[in-house]
Design a binder for this molecule. Sequence first.
Ligand code: GDP
Length: 441
Amino acid sequence: MHDTICAISTPIGEAGIGIVRISGGESLKIAKRIFRSKNKLTSHRLIYGKIIDPDSNCIIDEALLCYMKAPKTYTREDVVEINLHSGFAVLSEVLSLVLKEGARLAEPGEFTKRAFLKGRIDLVQAEAVEKIISSKTTLAREISTQQLQGELSLKIRKIRENLLSILSLIEASLDFEEELDRERLFKDIFSIKKELKGFLEGYRTGKFLSNSCIGVIIGRPNVGKSSILNALIGTDRAIVTPIPGTTRDLVSEVINIKGIPLKITDTAGLCDAIDLIEKEGIKRAYKAIENADIVIYVLDGTGIITKDDIAIFEKIKNKSIIFTVNKSDLPKRIDIEVLKKYKKPIVFVSAKRKEVSLLLDEIEKALFSSYDEAHIITSIRHKEAMERSLEHLDRAISSKEDEVVSIELRDSIDAISEILGENITNEDILDRIFSTFCVGK
Ligand code: GDP
């Protein structure tokens, strides 16, 4: 039996309403001690009344209280939610009262953890709750909502079921020495592998949805990096100046590319700098490139491609680069032949005229290259478990002995079950997952 937990479930600050939430066996008893109303506390009904300090009989606030009797609740325990006026004093005083009456402060995500431990939702759904809360765009929210509704869990269960039926055939053949139709079984394993690979591909876009994608704008001084960032965000946040080398710091903005948050950074110009501050900026620019998912390499269309540029291309050619030739409103001088060998997209833009739609198109292509709504995962935990499952399947396929095939299949199934949270016995893993949640959820 779990103890009773409580937390403030809304952000701390002045607002119309703030909620104190309680879950556990003592919830109703605590509510009865601190809540006075003319009406009876009926389950799943919002009741108007007052929160009273039972020791002093002082009224703390008017409240709407909802008592929800187990098991039809979020945690499958008795839950009480108290709607108060949202002010720091009100919420913390009511929380203190609840604590004094015997509840303890909830850990981050502990309400959801209880929902999981009581079997109301699986781990994939529990994680979706946090993802819905942290969604920055509608697309990210939509994918998380589908996940909470159990759509991803269903697909994962199906993979596990298919693996289990393959395993049962192999085990039957081991037990009864029946002839095994290896070819047929391996064909089935191949199709499961394909499904898993589809999810791993989907993670490329999925991780952008949950963590945002990192883009950097680089190029030599004065090619128009800040202007491009401005054109992209449509504001004047970055300092635009005709003096080379004035973007000494990194300026970041988040733009929404069809539902993917793209955090885009304007870096210092890359050149052989004498100035110390500038050197520091360049060091940071390289660091930013290292961490970037997309590199927007800006060139001045009225200039030439220098040895410095080529040296940088060579250094970063494994990255996802978009060669962006700026100042297309002016007569062109640049020869882009040398760029072609890198097999990266090349676009012509004019930051000055705010004509950057070709660049936006390429960014979109890069972000959505692996997008397949049926195979989208947004969690690194799911990705790693699927990778492990795949490795075991590969080993199963390459093995000549049925015993080994059976062991590898079992391990592969275990990795899949782990995604759903069904065979996680290690509390640390659960704690790590739920610690990323907010308190009160
Ligand atoms: P950065 O040093 O690479 O960040 O370059 P800036 O954005 O500060 O721009 C350098 C200079 O080029 C400024 O005078 C801008 O007004 C100018 N510039 C930027 N983009 C364009 C463009 O598309 N066309 C023209 N004609 N000038 C531009």
